[in-house]
Structures are given as structure tokens and as C-alpha cells.
Design a protein around this ligand. Structure first.
Ligand code: SAH
Length: 377
């Protein structure tokens, strides 16, 4: 393997040369390059989902997930007064499965479908192509792709994001007896240019660390690692700004902690449905970190939106009627299919599986849900 690839460019070699030239990079830069490098980034080259890929997400487990998210969108839109044409935005749509299920469920209110202008925020060309295959039969050519949320036109908005925030870069800081220092990624001195290995080091002076650490955690014990995601906060703030400027609601679903910011290193790599060392093969494994829901909710409020939640996925799906939906589907299915449906239901709502680790937060135009919170919150 090593011989065959000698001299061939890899992201590891490219990053190692950059580090040798310019010095260690932040964990955020390492993560951003590993996932999003235009040529070698993890999401840029492949379809990572499903049983043949590296991990499976809720919309890929069962159509029930997307249908209930779809009903949430329809209900929210109706309660906003059904504002004529509106932007139906998804951040990080993967294979397009969630949007397809949302649109199918939205058939309950044809006015919603008729007024929705679909925008997909996606940086990966190969996943854009996958999304086109999934959604063209439903939407024809009426699909708008964007690299960034900033590029979506202003106006009334319903926005969804499943497992998007966990893919945005985090930075890590560590407490020492000299204060907070940012954790950086350096090249292992003993490794070679052809087969570089990486290791964590601390920045030299603590200037980034002391600036990044949240005030509430400044006094944490020596050795503590704290994660912050300026990139996630920037997106959440932008969602807040949009919802303050025009009627709308947003739903973010992800794995993470509700009462952050928490102490601890949650950066993880997934390869073929198993954990892998995080620095081992940049671009070859999915790199994610727990989402700090309190931090993104605070950022969205700073942007001007109201926030609801955090709700746990199991409870939220139950409140929206996933058990009834599963029974209805199972009643029409073969015994084997009915067993699959019950298995999927368990995976989505069981607290020991996705039910508790996965959480939801909603954002909305202030006052728009004054009578009662958005569905499920
Ligand atoms: N929502 C899908 C996919 C989750 S994986 C599902 O639930 O199955 C993360 C998705 O976000 C992928 O589509 C990935 O290409 C996209 N993505 C990651 N970082 C991004 C960024 N900075 N900007 C836009 N899209 C991004």
C-alpha cells in the first residue's frame, strides 16, 4: 500500500507540508480540511452514508423521521400565517432523503408545496449530484444549491438541518497551570514526508486559548479540555438574523449536549461504522464533534430569533406521533417489513440508541409562536 502510493498526493501529505512550513494548525483547520478540502475532503469525494458507507443518519434509517419533520415544517408555516412564497432551506442535505420525505409529507397541505422554493446548502459536488438524483423526480429543475446560507435570498423561511452542525469545525482549548492554551495539530517529528503522522500540541503562548475559553469554564481544573465552535455559532447567528428580518422557523437536529458548554474532548472519527483515531487519515474518515446546543441557541438569539428546546429526539418524535405512524405503516406491511419498521422506531427513539443523545432546538421569529411553542417543544 505504502509503496504503491509513494509520491501520490494525499491530504495527509498536503497538510503535513503546510504544517512543516507554517507551523501547527488549529483543530478547527484540521477538521475543516479533512471534511471540506476541495479535492481530498471527506464529503467532497464520496457518498458516506448507509450500510456500505461510514455511518447512517436518521432520515436514512426510516421515512418516518422525514415525514414528521415535514409535518413540523407544514405546521410551523401554517402558524406563521402561511406566508405566500417562502424559502424551504436545508443545510447539509446528504443524499436528499430528508427533503424528499418532507416534501412527500407536505402533500397534506398543497399550498405549502406550491409556495415552497427549495434551497439546498451543500458544498460537496458529489453529494449535490446525489441530491439531484433524489429530488429531480419530485421538483424537476426547481432546486437551488448554495455553498453558504448567506447566499440564500432573504424572505420568509422554513429551515431544517440534520447532522449539519456536528460537521462544522470546532476548536479545542486546554487548561494548564499557566492558563488556557489552544490545542493544535502538529506533525509527529519521527514520521516521514511520505507517511506523515499527526499529534496534538499546545500553542506556545496561550493567547488563543485565553480568548476562546467561555467565561463560565475559565476556572475548570487543570488538564480540562473545552470545545468551542465559532463556525457553528456564526451559522446559528445568521439563522437568527434571517428569522428576525422575515417570518420563519428553523429546526436543528443533531447529537450533542443540551447544557453546555461542557468540559471534554468529543472530537471523533467514524470509518465503516466504527470509531477510528481522529488524526489518523484526514479525508478518509468522517470527523464530527458533539454540538453545544446552548451555544447555538444563544447565538441564534443574539441574531434576533426566539429559541425553543432543547428537546430529546425520542420525546420529540413521540410527541409528533411516531408510534402511531409506525403502527399504521406496519399494519400495511409484510411481517418482515413490519419487523424492520419496529426496529427503525427503536433506533430512533430508544434512549439507549438515538433517542437521548440526539436533540432538537427550534428557532423562530420572535412572537410568532406566542400562543404555544412549535410542535413537539
Ligand atoms: N443531513 C444529512 C447529511 C448529514 S452529513 C442526513 O441527515 O443524512 C453532513 C452534510 O453536510 C453533508 O451533506 C455534507 O456534505 C454537508 N456539509 C458539511 N459541511 C458543510 C459546510 N460547511 N457547508 C455546507 N455543507 C456542509
Amino acid at each position: 500500500m505504502a509503496d504503491e502510493s509513494a509520491g501520490q498526493e494525499t491530504l495527509a501529505r498536503l497538510l503535513a507540508r503546510r504544517i512543516v512550513m507554517d507551523g501547527p494548525v488549529s483543530v478547527g483547520t484540521f477538521m475543516a480540511e479533512a471534511l471540506g478540502h476541495p479535492r481530498f475532503g471527506y464529503y467532497m469525494r464520496r457518498d458516506p452514508f448507509g450500510t456500505g458507507g461510514d455511518f447512517t443518519t436518521a432520515p436514512e434509517i426510516s421515512q418516518m423521521f422525514g415525514e414528521l419533520v415535514g409535518l413540523w415544517c407544514v405546521d410551523s408555516w401554517a402558524r406563521l400565517g402561511g406566508p405566500g412564497p417562502f424559502h424551504l432551506v436545508e443545510l447539509g442535505p446528504g443524499r436528499g432523503t430528508l427533503m424528499a420525505d418532507v416534501l412527500r409529507a407536505a402533500a397534506v397541505l398543497p399550498l405549502f408545496r406550491d409556495n415552497a422554493i427549495v434551497h439546498l446548502v451543500e458544498t460537496s459536488p458529489s453529494l449535490r449530484e446525489r441530491q439531484r438524483q433524489t429530488l429531480q423526480p419530485i421538483l424537476g429543475d426547481a432546486i437551488h444549491w448554495h455553498d453558504r446560507l448567506d447566499d440564500v435570498p432573504d424572505g420568509p423561511t422554513i429551515l431544517i438541518a440534520n447532522e449539519f452542525f456536528d460537521a462544522l469545525p470546532i476548536r479545542q482549548v486546554q487548561k494548564t497551570n499557566y492558563g488556557w492554551f489552544e490545542r493544535l495539530v502538529d506533525v509527529e517529528p519521527a514520521s516521514t514526508e511520505d507517511d506523515p503522522r499527526f499529534r496534538f500540541v499546545l500553542e506556545a503562548f496561550g493567547s488563543s486559548g485565553n480568548r476562546l475559553v467561555p467565561d463560565a469554564l475559565r476556572e475548570a481544573p487543570d488538564g480540562s479540555v473545552v470545545e468551542v465552535s465559532p463556525a457553528s455559532q456564526a451559522v446559528a447567528r445568521l439563522i437568527g438574523t434571517r428569522l428576525a428580518a422575515a417570518p420563519g422557523a428553523a429546526l436543528a437536529i443533531d447529537y450533542g449536549y443540551a447544557h453546555g458548554p461542557a468540559v471534554g474532548d468529543t472530537l471523533q472519527a467514524m470509518r465503516r461504522h466504527a470509531y477510528a483515531p481522529v488524526l489518523e487519515a484526514p479525508g478518509e474518515a468522517d470527523l464530527t464533534a458533539h454540538v453545544d446546543f446552548a451555544a447555538i441557541a444563544a447565538a441564534a438569539r443574539e441574531g434576533g430569533a426566539q429559541s425553543f428546546g432543547v428537546a430529546e429526539q425520542g420525546e420529540w418524535l413521540s410527541r409528533l406521533g411516531i408510534r402511531q405512524r409506525a403502527s399504521a405503516l406496519a399494519a400495511k406491511a409484510s411481517p418482515a417489513q413490519a419487523q424492520d419498521i419496529r426496529g427503525a422506531l427503536d433506533r430512533l427513539i430508544d434512549p439507549a440508541q438515538m433517542g437521548r443523545l440526539f436533540k432538537l432546538v427550534a428557532f423562530a421569529t420572535p412572537g410568532a409562536f406566542a400562543d404555544s411553542p412549535p410542535a413537539g417543544f
